[in-house]
Unconditional design. Structure first.
Length: 227
């Protein structure tokens, strides 16, 4: 029974058939919107080894007479998983309904519901981070166009790579535009871009690939349960 359902799901995915709108689809869209809100206000910390960029110019900082300063070779990072949540939703709902879900999330935030990181309301368009959020919609379009119902690992890698770059490109351009309106200096603008993007692009790609694979697992599980 399970193998038959699995075969039906694989056929449905690989043929690229359009998902039909049902009550279940609506429930998943609402749950996905809630997931976006939760992800917005969720933060987790992790650490990983790095090679410091100033290793050779500040050799004495890392290799002292008392030994190796191992703390300098460890990166501590606080991460908000909004972008992986976007790709999880894409994997769960496919392109069309994931775009509608994220568009609804953005509209709710702009009309005043405090579901963005710094609140909500139409004035949020003047916040530097808003254009990263706005970039979710075109990112879903391009990533979903790459997927085309075929969630092979290679397709997931391609979709995440393109989608994350679209988000950060949209976010950086919007940030520069708003910062220019506010007459910020180039140093300030560069600092914001480094903070909002920089290494974060790599983290977004890594966690988004995991999120899409997890989304496919959840999708298959839901298909089996509902069948």
């Amino acid at each position: 029974m399970t193998k038959r359902i699995e075969a039906q799901l694989n056929k449905f995915i690989n043929n690229g058939e359009a998902a039909r709108f049902t009550l279940g689809t609506l429930v998943l869209m609402l749950c996905s919107g809630l997931l976006m809100i939760i992800a917005t206000f969720t933060q987790f910390s992790f650490s990983h080894p790095i090679i410091p960029m100033d290793l050779f110019s500040h050799w004495g900082t890392y290799f002292t007479p008392d030994g190796v300063n191992w703390h300098g070779f460890v990166k501590h990072y606080k991460y908000i998983p909004q972008i992986p949540a976007v790709f999880f939703i894409l994997s769960l709902l496919d392109r069309k309904y994931s775009m509608l879900t994220i568009a609804g999330y953005i509209v709710l935030g702009l009309v005043g519901y405090p579901i963005f990181a710094l609140g909500g309301g139409w004035r949020y368009i003047f916040e530097y981070g808003f254009y990263y959020i706005l970039g979710y919609v075109p990112a879903l379009f391009f990533a979903g166009s790459i997927i085309k119902g075929n969630y092979s690992f290679i397709n997931i890698l391609k979709a995440v790579f393109v989608g994350v770059l679209v988000i950060h490109l949209t976010g950086c351009l919007g940030m520069v535009f708003i910062a220019t309106l506010k007459h910020e200096t180039s140093t300030t603008i560069g600092g914001w871009i480094l903070t909002m993007s920089g290494m974060k692009i790599l983290y977004d790609m890594f966690f988004s690939v995991i999120a899409m694979c997890l989304g496919q697992f959840v999708k298959r599980l839901l298909w089996i349960v509902m069948s």
